[in-house]
Design a protein around this ligand. Structure first.
Ligand SMILES: C[S@@+](CC[C@H](N)C(=O)[O-])C[C@H]1O[C@@H](n2cnc3c(N)ncnc32)[C@H](O)[C@@H]1O
Length: 202
């Protein structure tokens, strides 16, 4: 998988298609994050929501783990090298940090095949404190034909440009629930095509 080649166009392309909806969705549950939390952002891309998080939660300690050097470069510019943010260029699979109060994944799991997601979720969950929050924002299945066409087009684009291995909409909620998480809050956008979900372990 290689997002370096599209990092330059990523934000422009997503706002051309979705205007500000993705940013609004990604940040819609941030107000629920407790002050002073230790937060892990996985695959945070160009850092649009990182910037919002830093503004909203200035006392948070944030680790931003991302494989693409070009994405990290752009995310760094968004927060002007704040000491409270640590950038780690690594796949999450090789990142050893833990003890987080909040984990944030956004438009991340549909990069992978189902078997990989089944492995990733419990591995990532080990990094979260027992009472921690997991905020996952992504596209969700609807029965609208237009949404299906849009998703197939996006996945084809990412397969060609970023060599994405997945390319289908994972049922993240059910995998998280199999791993002991419960959905406690959800914000829906575009008739449920996009939603931000807050999970905890009861
Ligand atoms: C579809 S983009 C989403 C970016 C951002 N979260 C957003 O919502 O705009 C997925 C991001 O995950 C990164 N990524 C891919 N595989 C990863 C991995 N194994 N660990 C961490 N980041 C990864 C990519 O480089 C890319 O920036």
């Amino acid at each position: 998988m290689q997002f370096n080649s599209i990092a330059k166009y990523y934000t422009t392309l997503s706002s051309l298609v979705f205007r500000s909806t993705l940013e609004i969705a990604k940040t819609s549950l941030f107000a629920k994050i407790p002050e002073g939390s230790k937060i892990l952002i996985i695959g945070g891309g160009t850092g649009i929501s990182l910037r919002a998080l830093v503004q909203l939660k200035p006392r948070a300690q944030i680790d931003f783990v991302e494989t693409s050097e070009q994405m990290i470069l752009r995310a760094k510019r968004k927060v002007n090298l704040k000491p409270s943010v640590t950038f780690v260029q690594s796949p999450i699979e090789g990142f050893e940090g833990g003890g987080y109060d909040v984990i944030i994944t956004e438009f991340f799991f549909d990069l992978f095949k189902k078997e990989k997601i089944d492995q990733l979720i419990p591995t990532i969950a080990l990094k979260l404190n027992p009472k921690g929050y997991w905020i996952d924002t992504d596209f969700r299945k609807t029965d609208k034909v237009f949404h299906k066409i849009l998703l197939s087009t996006m996945y084809l684009f990412f397969k060609i440009t970023a060599k994405v291995e997945g390319g289908y909409l994972a049922e993240t909620s059910s995998i998280l629930s199999l791993n002991g998480f419960e959905l406690v809050s959800q914000q829906k956008f575009k008739s449920g095509f996009i939603s931000s979900c807050l999970f905890v372990r009861p």
